[in-house]
Design a protein around this ligand. Structure first.
Ligand SMILES: C[S@@+](CC[C@H](N)C(=O)[O-])C[C@H]1O[C@@H](n2cnc3c(N)ncnc32)[C@H](O)[C@@H]1O
Length: 359
């Protein structure tokens, strides 16, 4: 009871209630928060601190940035949901203005991300192949998807449309969404060249998917996020949005470089002095936003987060883990680099299949 009272006391203030509404929807930096609230930084920081102390918000350090977001503990999430119901979306002019300014902040972030992907669209296929082994991913996607009956599939952040091409023979209808027109041009070309008629791509934002609630009608049987979530500032919102457009019982499929074993700074160490070889794991618990140079002058922005950040976001969205795969790198991939032969027991990828709603 003490914890609930502390939460209620902390929330009982107009600015802090606004913060709770905002941060249940998005992860924001202090400067974004001050821009939305129209209050000074020290004032906003004081309110944020009080909400963090009461367990209603989390403070996350990502490299040089600090982000705030609604805590995903059950009690905090339930309380904020109740507040959201009581304040009635759209009815309060202050909350409505906050929401409008939040959309402006998001649009600016999306512009920044789009600039990068526009600049690198043509190179993406090459960059992608440097990071993962195509056949390894493709085998796993197909085997994971065979478990479910798939009519309608959404490929969120479809990029050059490779996943749609792969899935096309196994599904009735596929839609790819991406914010980058340059990526979509390549994807359209790819689908047309392959003669694929049951898949299409459209411009859209993974934070605001252009589809109705999946429970209401025509929900997706599966939503796929393939190598997308670690490029997003706010994976929690993207996961919640994916869940919204799924039909009840639909699957959310998560594919990422293995967050634990591929933490930045990880790698095979061949210590000739001590005569030891081992896989070093970088600072896993530190959320880290970096630019990785994958070839000369080609940089990929990358956010490392511990796996719990993603899994807890799925739990908060009522997604239930059905299956997890950590495939060993395939022989062909290992043969490409001498050091990988020794690292054959270290997976590069992590796949999770989750389901909307309980069985
Ligand atoms: C790393 S690529 C992955 C593409 C593809 N899924 C693949 O595996 O090849 C990430 C993609 O996400 C898209 N993206 C980033 N932020 C987005 C957003 N907010 N809404 C929609 N697409 C976004 C980028 O334009 C880019 O094409």
């Amino acid at each position: 009871m003490d914890q609930v009272l502390a939460m209620l006391r902390a929330a009982a203030d107009p600015t802090r209630l606004r913060l709770l509404m905002l941060l249940s929807e998005a992860e924001l930096t202090v400067s974004e928060i001050t821009e939305i609230l129209g209050q000074s930084q020290p004032r906003a920081s004081r309110h944020l601190q009080l909400l963090c102390d009461a367990g209603l918000l989390d403070r996350i350090k990502e490299g040089a940035w600090v982000f705030y977001r609604g805590s995903d503990t059950t009690a905090a999430a339930a309380l904020v949901r109740a507040f959201a119901q009581l304040t009635i979306a759209g009815a309060d002019p202050i909350l409505r203005d906050d929401e409008k300014r939040l959309q402006q902040v998001r649009a600016e972030r999306a512009r920044q991300a789009a600039k990068y992907f526009a600049a690198n669209a043509a190179q993406w296929e090459k960059i992608r192949a440097l990071h993962v082994s195509e056949s390894e991913v493709e085998r796993a996607v197909i085997s994971l998807l065979r478990r479910a009956s798939l009519h309608q599939v959404l490929d969120a952040g479809t990029g050059t449309g490779r996943m749609l091409e792969l899935l096309a023979p196994h599904i009735r209808r596929g839609i790819g969404i991406d914010s980058s027109p340059e990526m979509l041009t390549i994807a359209r070309d790819r689908l047309a060249n392959a003669g694929i008629l049951n898949c299409q791509v459209r411009r859209g934002d993974v934070y605001r998917l252009p589809f109705p609630d999946g429970d209401a009608r025509d929900g997706f049987d599966a939503v796929l996020f393939h190598q997308v979530l670690h490029f997003l500032d706010d994976p929690q919102t993207a996961i919640r949005e994916a869940n919204r457009v799924l039909r009840s019982g639909g699957r959310f499929l998560f594919f990422l470089n293995h967050p634990l074993l591929q933490t930045p700074g990880s790698g095979w160490i061949d210590d000739r002095i001590l005569d030891e070889q081992y896989w070093r794991i970088g600072p896993y618990l530190i959320e880290d936003r970096s630019l990785e140079e994958v070839e000369k002058d080609v940089h990929i922005p990358f956010v490392h987060r511990p796996l719990s950040r993603y899994v807890n976001a799925m739990v908060a969205a009522d997604l239930f883990v059905e299956r997890m795969e950590e495939p060993a790198p395939p022989p062909g991939f290992l043969a490409r680099a001498e050091e990988y032969k020794e690292a054959a027991t270290i997976p590069r990828l992590l796949f999770l299949v989750t389901r909307k709603g309980r069985r």
